[in-house]
Design a protein around this ligand. Sequence first.
Ligand code: AMP
Length: 249
Amino acid sequence: MKILVPVKRVVDYNVKVRVKSDGSGVDIANVKMSMNPFDEIAIEEAVRLKEAGKVTEVVAVSCGVTQCQETLRTGMAIGADRGILVETAVELEPLGVAKLLKALADKEQPQLIILGKQAIDDDSNQTGQMLAALLGWPQATFASKVVLEDGKATVTREVDGGLETLSLTLPAIVTTDLRLNEPRYVTLPNIMKAKKKPLDTVMPEDLGVDVAPRLKTLKVAEPAKRSAGIKVPDVATLVAKLRTEAKVI
Ligand code: AMP
């Protein structure tokens, strides 16, 4: 059984992003890029399923610029067996990525596709759901536990009121939540081994997919600056200010 894991190259979560002065987007020149954290969790889960003997192959896929190869190598250092880069300089939107992944799924015939629940750059939380719709496969989003048995995936999901458990017939789509697992540290020997693993490159045209953008960003703005706080001499003044100025009590 094969698992496909889409991994996105995003601005590292430790970087404080700057909005471009013309408000057209975020400045990513000379900024550290890494694998989307939810996708690290997805790769880790797929590798654990392989280590448990439930899966025979884990294939990492990344769509985007040439440098996504680094993201794929990280995936292979965690334990993916091979990588596929769908190379394009077009700024991809979730629908475009979902169409590329559908074309790859048709070719690769995985039984399970594990995606991150969202990419921390665009915060769309759409690709997994769109892919499930395009493939006509069942989906379980925000997974905190995945068990594979007898051609079924039993997935525990984090929902507002607690936990929900779903049984999906394979092939299926799962998206990862933060508490699914804690990804392992990549070790130097595994980074070296990953360099030798196969990495194929295809173009969107090879897959017959048009990735032209459908959305237009009108404006990107930073959050309003918070004004400085003040010190009050005593509790009575604090209560008075909360009542008369902030009007919250
Ligand atoms: P999003 O819908 O953009 O929030 O992304 C959700 C998930 O879809 C990510 O966590 C990835 O697993 C996958 N994904 C999104 N964009 C890409 C991409 N360019 N390449 C590979 N996987 C992607």
